[in-house]
Design a protein around this ligand. Structure first.
Ligand SMILES: C[S@@+](CC[C@H](N)C(=O)[O-])C[C@H]1O[C@@H](n2cnc3c(N)ncnc32)[C@H](O)[C@@H]1O
Length: 359
């Protein structure tokens, strides 16, 4: 295997997989400045010194900028290397399957390994990985057959596809039903109603989904796309007959506008059994832009949710205090569903020791 554009998190990953010293893995980079340097015990070789015809797989360990991947794919195809044999750190499940196949890493039914991989921040979009593994672990502790992970606001689908990669990894390791649902107008942002929607930041029709059919074809069967205004799709979704056996356990709030966020949060206002007792909520906008504040946008919608719901409260929480700080650690909350039978003490659970800093 060849790792292109190696970086620290790949070093950590190889260590966790027991491959830190494995000579079958070599590092290379298309960036001439990096070639010749060392990372851990491996030197970073020039691509010209590698016989790509003899390489069985390439792992791209780079930032999740699409343009950058495109450049790497172009450079690899110039070396006659097939795109089918490339995965990236954006694709945890596919990459771990390769390690299982090529290096006999015991990945299937190995929740401890996946937990360590997430704890050590080895792949992309740890906010999604973290929310997803907490949901699955909670479902397991409640002996539920499955769980649903929701993204409101899909746009290009990069977030949704990444959530699906994590869902696949969790299905494979926990042997649990993990479903995913993405909500989007398909037509970009609706019109701002007033100052609470941040008209100084957002324009109507911005962030149109580029190709709905292409995105649908890229999603696994356990993921649904709910297209339309979330004001209409959310109440419809809550009527899904099997939702209480796979309750919502992670919720990404990323529809930007205050008005859209109010409607998206209706997904956390259904029957108590359509939700886990504590739903992980990632709030995209908190603390990022100077203009964002508690009186507008997603934060205001959350405040109103809490005001409206006597027995449900979304509580922002600085998660993972035992990790080096990352921005998303400040953008996380839990929706506490106090009217859930578990929170009412009417159903047994095994929630002691379920600690947010262990993931
Ligand atoms: C910032 S983008 C989402 C990015 C995506 N979560 C990611 O991480 O890749 C916001 C999206 O929210 C969608 N949106 C905003 N208001 C909506 C509404 N009322 N109903 C459905 N979708 C909405 C827009 O179409 C837009 O594409």
């Amino acid at each position: 295997m060849v790792v292109v554009a190696p970086e620290e998190r790949i070093e950590k990953l190889l260590g966790l997989l027991g491959l830190y010293e494995d000579d079958r893995i070599v590092y290379t980079s298309f960036d001439p400045v990096t070639v010749g340097r060392a990372l851990g015990r491996r030197s970073i070789l020039s691509p010209e010194s590698i016989d790509f015809a003899a390489v069985d797989h390439v792992l791209i360990a780079s930032f999740d900028v699409f343009q950058e991947y495109t450049d790497i794919f172009r450079q690899l195809s110039e070396l006659q290397f097939s795109r089918e044999k490339v995965t990236s750190i954006f694709q945890p499940h596919d990459t771990l399957l390769v390690f299982e196949r090529l290096f006999s890493v015991p990945y299937r039914l190995n929740p401890g390994l996946l937990q360590a991989i997430i704890f050590n921040d080895c792949f992309e979009r740890l906010n999604y990985a973290y929310g997803a593994i907490l949901a699955v672990e909670q479902a397991r502790r409640l002996s539920l057959p499955g769980v649903t992970l929701v993204e409101t606001g899909v746009w290009t689908g990069r977030g949704l596809r990444n959530l699906c990669y994590w869902a696949s990894a969790l299905r494979y390791t926990f042997d649990l039903e993990v479903n995913v649902a993405g909500f989007d107008t398909g037509k970009g942002l609706p019109k701002c109603t007033d100052w609470r929607d941040h008209p100084e930041l957002w324009q109507e029709g911005e962030m149109v989904m580029p190709d709905l059919n292409l995105l649908r074809s890229q999603l696994p069967p356990f993921c649904t796309l709910e297209i339309g205004d979330v004001a209409e799709t959310a109440p419809r979704y809550l009527q899904k007959p099997n939702l209480s056996s796979q309750p919502i356990g992670f919720f990404a709030l990323d529809v930007d506008l205050y008005t859209s966020s109010v409607d998206a949060l209706k997904l956390l206002e259904g029957h108590p059994e359509t939700l886990l007792p504590a739903v992980g909520v990632w709030v995209d906008d908190s603390y990022v832009n100077v203009m964002q504040n508690s009186f507008c946008g997603e934060a205001l919608a959350i405040a109103e949710y809490n005001h409206r719901n006597h027995l449900r409260k979304i509580d922002m929480k600085k998660v993972r205090p035992n990790h080096a700080s990352m921005l998303w650690h400040y953008c996380f909350a839990f929706a506490h569903i106090f009217d859930h039978p578990v929170r009412q003490g009417r159903r047994p659970s095994a929630l002691i020791g379920f600690n947010h800093c262990d993931y």
